[in-house]
Design a protein around this ligand. Structure first.
Ligand SMILES: [Zn+2]
Length: 178
């Protein structure tokens, strides 16, 4: 993902929520929905003023999270599982993840929140059409239906992350170390 001149949106409580184009961020700013926390070193000119492109903004109002149930989707499964294989714990980019039926469909397993987990390709292949018990594998957590999604997990590479975001995003895997 090209992050240059995109804007990180934080919740009122400074949790990362989403990434938007800087144009969208400016719109939110003019609508009075956000305040600017960090800016890029680049100006944009409008007819009446000169403003800096915001790199991090914070929502001024609380997000209502409880209204909608979390949609059952592949990416939301990955989000629930924090982009980690639920068998070996490896964190991977989305392209290298798949999902696994805990109880295989061939044994009556359903495609539901409580029977689908994130898996890496190797573990998915190894488990094949077996239950974890049958395959001698262990789930790291019992899959549940999430009430709300965890805060945004940034999976873009370190090089493409604007410096200004670094204090606000939750790093995954190897990015935690230095
Ligand atoms: Zn794995």
């Amino acid at each position: 993902m090209e992050a240059t001149h995109r804007t990180l949106v934080l919740s009122q409580g400074y949790e990362p929520v989403k990434i938007v184009s800087w144009q969208r961020a400016i719109t939110l700013l003019f609508l009075g929905k956000v305040e600017v926390i960090e800016e890029y070193d680049r100006n944009i000119k409008s007819i009446s003023m000169l403003i800096k492109i915001p790199s991090v903004v914070r929502l001024l109002n609380a997000i209502r999270r409880h209204k909608q149930p979390v949609k059952f989707s592949r990416v939301n499964i990955y989000g629930r599982d924090r982009y980690a294989c639920q068998f070996c714990g490896a964190k991977k980019p989305i392209a290298e993840l798949t999902y696994d039926h805990v109880v295989p469909r061939s044994q009556g397993g359903k495609t539901t929140w409580t029977n689908i987990v994130t898996a890496c390709e190797a573990c998915n292949r190894k488990k094949a059409n077996r239950t974890p018990d049958q395959a001698g594998m262990r789930l790291l957590a019992v899959p549940v239906q999430p009430k709300a999604m965890p805060a945004l997990v940034i999976t873009i590479s370190r090089e493409s992350v604007p410096d200004a975001w670094r204090d606000y995003v939750y790093w995954t895997g190897e990015l935690d170390h230095d």
